[in-house]
Design a protein around this ligand. Structure first.
Ligand code: GLN
Length: 537
């Protein structure tokens, strides 16, 4: 008899339309399984040809999330980490580009000598291998694999085929959850199941029978409707799960628990249900989130503010830090290109704190610098992340040190004062993909600093994504005028700058937002919000 595999594989596919929230459903199911004591990881398969999203414009793809091991990944990995409080890695995000690159490199090496290299079996085998890599670590009882895109897309076909094969090979150790939409027609006042039926039909054409349907809906699904969907789609009525619109993504695990998604999954995979999900901490967080004692307005200054997904992890870190401080953080999204010396006071009026976002290139830089000058001079709590920190250094150089036209060599390589300069290790690099200083690096914190108070630790590790750095040639001049390097990497790179004279002025070269989770709100965001609450100006 075949032994049950120690790892169970759960696939999440999407139908009818994109943006139904496969990432949140995957993360919520994982949370529920984790809260029952199981070890779970989530993986995202992206059907595009880019090797990773690192070279994609945020307008195309939202934020690029970075893992400890330096993978530039889909933003859904951020949700996985925020929900599970477990770090992801390179293996948690795979793209078609990466699959093909690997197979083509092997072909060049001669690994398939004599054979025609084909989508089936070579590409599908590589997809299957990547899916099982996480399971083979022996760490996880469940691997949840979210398939990007929508069933029926030409690009997703090899992934659906890989799922079909794995289902055939693994039998009951594997199941497929299909997420679809049940649209509501206001004119007739009805919920419609036909798009779901068609979507399941399409999956069946590819040879995949979904085991569970999660139905996104604006209105409750009646028992009759669930039965109808079950009958037409060939699933058990209990496996039709309603996923009603929620006021916050953090409600979804509880909604899925009410619908017993985790129980249905465990039953179908023949796993014991001997524990109750322990969601105490999660519920406490939700309570604080929904019962704030006050609100603060924080300005988020960036050049992609039309697309909130471009700053996903920052927005979520504010939610975690706000709940921690029992305070609702209202983000005021401000386009850096719209800020000038003439309108800055008007634009930033009423804000209790100002965050200048990460970014690349010249566009919007002068507006960011104006905002920082305003925050510095008016003693408004200021938080600069990556490019935001670099802009704070440029602003200080220009307006306090009197370095006229000081700049980063990224924006002006002829500047007389290159206070931010290309890192030495970057100078010979010409390829753009995956070549930045990426992932976790250690940093030592000065005990006599605000960041030390926030972290309450001297040694930290934070994630990076940049090519430029503080130019240490100017360090003494900065420090003598009041901008202090309070966090330094063992190799000497300035990771944190502070102005001790200011109530809260901190710039960090790394991205703290990637490490903020529901269970561990990031200490710098927590401290920044606290300072914003205390800012009575
Ligand atoms: N463009 C800057 C650099 O490469 C900052 C990058 C960022 O904000 N992530 O150093």
């Amino acid at each position: 008899m075949k032994m049950a595999s120690p790892t169970k594989y759960i696939f999440v596919t999407g139908g009818v339309t994109s943006s139904l929230g496969k990432g949140i459903i995957s993360a919520s199911l994982a949370k529920l399984l984790q809260s029952r004591g199981y070890s779970v990881t989530i993986q995202k398969l992206d059907p595009y040809i880019n090797v990773d999203p690192g070279t994609l414009n945020p307008y195309e793809h939202g934020e690029c999330f970075v893992t400890d091991d330096g993978a530039e990944t889909d933003l859904d990995l951020g949700h996985y980490e925020r929900f599970l409080n477990v770090p992801t890695s390179q293996a948690n995000n795979v793209t078609t580009g990466r699959i093909y690159q690997y197979v083509i490199n092997k072909e060049r090496e001669g690994a398939y000598l004599g054979k025609t290299v084909q989508v089936i079996p070579h590409i599908t085998d590589e997809i299957k291998r990547r899916i099982q890599l996480l399971g083979k670590t022996g760490i996880y009882e469940f691997v949840i694999t979210e398939i990007g895109g929508t069933v029926g897309d030409i690009e997703s076909l090899p992934y659906v085929e890989a799922v079909r094969q794995l289902k055939w090979e693994m039998g009951e150790d594997c199941l497929v959850i299909h997420l679809t939409l049940i649209p509501y027609l206001a004119a007739s006042g009805e919920l419609k199941t036909k798009p779901t039926q068609h979507s399941v039909k399409m999956l069946l054409e590819y040879g995949v029978q979904p085991d569970i349907l999660v139905c996104r809906t604006e209105h409750e699904l009646s028992k009759e409707l669930k039965n109808k969907i079950a009958l037409f789609c060939n699933v058990s009525p209990g496996a039709v799960i309603e996923s009603i619109d929620a006021s916050t993504i953090y409600d979804v695990p509880l909604l899925m628990a009410e619908e017993e998604l985790d129980k249905v999954v465990l039953n179908k995979l023949r796993m014991p249900i001997h524990t109750h999900p322990d969601l105490t901490h999660w519920k406490e967080f939700l309570y604080r989130l929904k019962h704030p004692k006050q609100e603060v307005k924080i300005g988020l200054i960036g050049k992609y503010v039309e697309l909130k997904d471009a700053y996903k992890s920052i927005a979520e870190a504010f939610i975690h830090a706000g709940a921690h401080n029992e305070c609702e953080v209202k983000i005021v999204w401000i386009h850096s290109e719209h800020i000038t010396s003439g309108n800055v006071a008007k634009k930033l009026e009423g804000l209790k704190g100002i965050l200048v976002a990460p970014g690349f290139g010249e566009r919007g830089i002068e507006g960011k610098i104006q905002a920082i000058k305003y925050a510095r001079e008016n003693k408004i709590p200021f938080f600069g992340i990556c490019l935001g920190m670099q802009c704070a250094v440029i602003e200080f150089a220009r307006n306090v040190l009197g370095f006229e036209n000081a700049h980063s060599t990224e924006m002006n390589n002829k500047t007389p004062y290159p206070v931010i300069d290309l890192m030495l290790e970057q100078q010979k690099i010409t390829d753009k993909g995956g070549t930045m200083r990426l992932g976790a690096y250690p940093c030592k914190i000065d005990k006599n600093s605000k960041v030390y108070k926030a972290y309450n630790r001297e040694e930290i590790s934070e994630r990076h994504r940049h090519r430029y750095e503080f130019n240490n040639q100017y360090l003494e001049q900065f420090q003598s005028k009041g901008m202090i390097a309070t966090g330094i990497n063992p190799k000497g790179l300035v990771e944190i700058v502070e102005i001790p004279e200011h109530p809260w002025f901190i710039g960090v070269q790394f991205h703290p937002e990637y490490k903020s989770t529901v269970a561990n709100p990031h200490p710098l965001f927590v401290s920044f919000i606290k300072a914003a609450i205390e800012n009575k100006a």
